[in-house]
Ligand binder design. Sequence first.
Ligand code: PLP
Length: 426
Amino acid sequence: MPTPSVNAAEAAALALDQADPLRAFREQFHIPRTPDGSAEVVYLCGNSLGLMPRATRDAVMQELDDWARLGVEGHFHARHPWFPAHEFCRETAARLVGARPHEVVMMNSLTVNLHLMMATFYRPTPDRYRIVIEDAAFPSDSYAVWSQAHWHGLDPSDAVVRLKPRHGEHALRTDDILETLERHGETIALVMLSGVNYLTGQVFDFAKITEAGHRLGAHVGWDLAHAAGNIPLSLHDWNADFACWCSYKYLNSGAGAVAGCFIHERHTRNTDLPRFAGWWGNDPKTRFKMGPEFVPIPTADAWSLSNPPVLALSPVRVSLGIFDLATMPALRTKSLALHAYLRTQVESLRSPAIDLITPREDSAHGSQLSIAVKDRPRDLFNALTQDHVMCDFREPNVVRIAPVPLYNTFHDCWRFTEILRKHLMP
Ligand SMILES: *Cc1c(COP(=O)(O)O)cnc(C)c1O
């Protein structure tokens, strides 16, 4: 039998959901159910794979129907014509990341875009050749910068500088980051950090770090895989040189979804920049003249190579439309409330078996709460999974919990905490 105090806590969570101005958005998503179909799972994994919007199926089917009906004419006569398919995401994507519309383009996948950006913004010389990343960078980012240094004939162990937290700490201190930048000074060619660290959930100080990198003459790029759709962003005003993000985590556009890319307009104006080019980066007015000479568009589109994958882009279009309706400021308000509620609930367990490693200050975290588990972390994760919590585990011992404001509820956080309680205090 649940105790009366549990009932009161559950009622309090349900009351918070009743008062949530964004609560109707949950109905726009498919929420996975337990294998016997009797209940919704506790889905707290939107930082890894966002849930499917109900509108996505029709959007993809529409492309297939248009293809069946129109063949090549779909380029101009599909419901959303294919020739400008990426245009339908431009304004919404720009609003999401705080950019001007001509500074963004949806294309490729995240790691591919990181390489395309480094082809332009990582041009090492004998004196200026270092890349600064987090020591706890996502592996793909580590491989990308390692391979760039190697490809340029450099020794990656010298060229790649990895920012480490202080002994016994999990987050990086801004002052320590700035101090490392100063120390390596004008040998730094590129600073490329994640906006939100995938493991700890830490949000970095975009403006300060970008400014510090620029003061040294370096380029500064951001990997926003865990930031886009999670926290408000102002890429243009922060003066970032470039940024890349994927669309399948907080952006709910499906596994492997088409990614986003930002290039600041002070660079897009310079059509002489070195880059890897393809026909979709050419001025649309002369694209079909089929000449051999590349005429780059003075926008972020100049970096796009191929004609857009329309089946993959339609879920992105749908998802960005939902963000546009909900708006980032409202989502952030709810996200902070969900995160604070979850943290308070988990802390109230007073368990010595876990540590919360996500920074506490509002400005330094997004949705995600990272729980370091001291003993047999896999066993705890498996037990949560058995009880229909969908979250994830990252080596060596971190369970990541992400209540996302579009479709998660305070009641989800309450259910999670009760299941965690059961396994921490058997
Ligand atoms: C999720 C994630 C990736 C994944 O890269 P893909 O190219 O989309 O497979 C890369 N970097 C970071 C920081 C991530 O969080």
